[in-house]
Design a protein. Structure first.
Length: 192
């Protein structure tokens, strides 16, 4: 079965003023679509055609693995954001972050530090480790924690196409905007 481009879970302009409709449209309809189309092109004859996208990401190698991972990561990223997002997490997620980082503010500082320190393109993830503790992972290019033991909870795309139209090369300003649209309810729902 072909990989499909998932629709956005909100209108392209719903994240404004934090992330513009132009950025969301270019990012989803351009970049995300291109990853899906290329993954589908490479999927033929791979023996993985009948698998769900997550399994393709886990089993593919080479260029197919890269393109499938980018297709999956982008779908996951859109599901991490909401026009009603922002603020701070609560409940069990907040407790886990406070236990690991001291408080939610320190978690954000560490996440931002890793995002700003990632040279070039990639992703920064909040993950849940096999021992249930939270962790922050930076991955280069299209790599994703989906291929390892960690459970992805939150993704931040730090490829320049995620923010260049709105903020040029100001990744820190993009991160400030990102936190204002994070859907903490969705993030918390992914906990084991």
């Amino acid at each position: 079965m072909p990989i499909e481009l998932p629709p956005l879970p909100y209108a392209a302009g719903a994240l404004e003023p934090h992330i513009s409709a132009a950025t969301v449209s270019l990012h989803h309809d351009g970049h995300h679509r291109a990853y899906v189309e290329e993954a589908n092109r490479l999927l033929g004859g791979s023996g993985l055609e009948d698998l769900p996208l997550e399994d393709i990401v886990r089993r593919a190698r080479g260029r197919l693995a890269e393109q499938a991972a980018q297709a999956w990561s982008h779908g996951f990223y859109w599901a991490c954001l909401s026009p009603r997002g922002g603020g701070d997490p609560d409940g069990r997620l907040a407790e886990l972050l406070a236990r690991q980082y001291g408080d939610v503010g320190r978690f954000r500082e560490e996440f931002n530090r890793m995002a700003l320190g990632l040279f070039g393109s990639g992703w920064v993830w909040l993950v849940q480790r096999p021992d249930d503790s939270p962790g922050i992972v930076a991955t280069r290019g299209g790599a994703t924690p989906l291929t390892g033991a960690d459970r992805p909870l939150l993704a931040c795309d730090v490829w320049e196409h995620a923010y260049y139209l709105d903020r040029q090369n100001a990744r820190a300003a993009y991160l400030d905007a990102f936190w204002k649209v994070v859907d903490w309810t969705a993030v918390a729902s992914r906990l084991r």
